[in-house]
Design a protein around this ligand. Structure first.
Ligand code: L34
Length: 305
């Protein structure tokens, strides 16, 4: 069996088109343009790419966006001031502070300072609480992107065995709740899980979100399962295997490195039913779901259903 490779870019483009037409409607009917404020601290090259992708997507769907670039050495207090300014602006409906933040800053403190009504990342404890009880709120973008990927393959989640590898607050835990609300039987695995391959192999829906390059091999995968790869790991040429060097020849020649997921793509595609690639899988969905959340926030402020 060879897996269907899921094209995250085209799914994201579909979602963007849906958001775009709703944004146009909100503009023409209510005169409201959704606005997103993104705060980027420091010079992390991956964060810069992701934030640029978010700004581009906003432009595409007609959302106003502002990226506030702050110096690596900024104090916690100054960063909080910047968050507060966005909290108080009427033209900004969504606020996002790109993670990771520099070591000297308490990320929790910053995320908790974002108004829960503008928290399009869904990281504020009020919104985390609502997610766990199943109330409508902003759901974190990567987890809700994963649910969209599964549903848009025409796969029913109800009654399925879902196994998540990774228990982070950003992906593992929230995606577990979303799958549970969709009536999957959910298992969360982590570094202390005994016999991980055996547990993973139970899954009809397997989600890898640990940040360990190529961890999930064919031994972890039940034939026909849908495998969602959330990991984004940059591998330098000197650390790459012979197989990877051949497979990603172009990337290594151009940049001296390549991106791989937590899933050993070449092995797993021979056994899975569906598989997301890295790049071009979950990443673009994360950005698309942010557009959806920002639109939702603007509609809420305008009290539009
Ligand atoms: N606050 N911080 C906050 N919210 C988030 O939702 C994120 N995340 C994660 C990191 N920090 C965050 C993102 O935005 C991961 N993430 C993210 C966003 C976009 C992409 C990947 C991760 C993305 O566009 N990926 C593309 C291109 C990858 C590349 O060329 O480097 C892809 O095809 O995977």
């Amino acid at each position: 069996m060879t897996a269907k490779i899921i094209d995250g870019k085209s799914l994201a483009a579909q979602i963007r088109e849906e958001v775009k037409s709703e944004v146009e409607k909100l503009k023409s009917e209510k005169g409201i343009v959704p606005g997103l404020g993104v705060i980027l601290v420091g010079e992390n090259p991956a964060s810069k790419v992701y934030v640029r992708n978010k700004a581009r997507a906003c432009e595409h769907v007609g959302i106003y966006s502002e990226t506030i670039k702050l110096h690596e050495d900024i104090s916690e207090e100054e960063l909080l001031n910047n968050v507060d300014k966005l909290n108080n602006r009427e033209d900004i409906h969504g606020i996002l502070v790109q993670l990771p933040l520099p070591e000297h800053i308490n990320s929790e403190k910053i995320l908790f300072a974002i108004s829960p009504d503008k928290d399009v990342d869904g990281f504020h404890p009020i919104n985390v609480g609502k997610l766990t009880t199943g109330e409508e709120t902003f759901y974190p973008c990567t987890p809700s992107g994963i649910i969209e990927i599964i549903k848009r393959q025409g796969i029913e989640i109800k009654g399925k065995e879902a196994v998540i590898i990774g228990r982070s607050n950003i992906v593992g835990k929230p995606v577990a709740f979303l799958l549970l609300h969709n009536h999957a039987t959910v298992t969360i695995c982590h570094s202390r899980t005994v016999d991980l391959p055996k547990v993973a192999k139970r899954a009809d829906i397997l989600i890898a979100a640990v940040g360990k390059p190529l961890l999930v091999t064919d031994e972890y995968v039940k034939p026909g399962a849908i495998v969602i790869d959330v990991g984004i790991n940059r591998i330098k040429k000197e650390d790459a295997s012979e197989e990877l060097l051949n497979w990603r020849k172009d990337a290594f020649e151009k940049r001296g490195s390549t991106l791989v997921g937590d899933v050993d793509f070449l092995k797993v595609k021979e056994i899975a039913g569906y598989l997301t690639p890295v790049p071009g899988g979950v990443g673009p969905l994360t950005v698309a779901m942010l557009m959806k959340n920002t639109l939702l926030s603007a509609k809420r402020f305008a009290q539009v259903k």
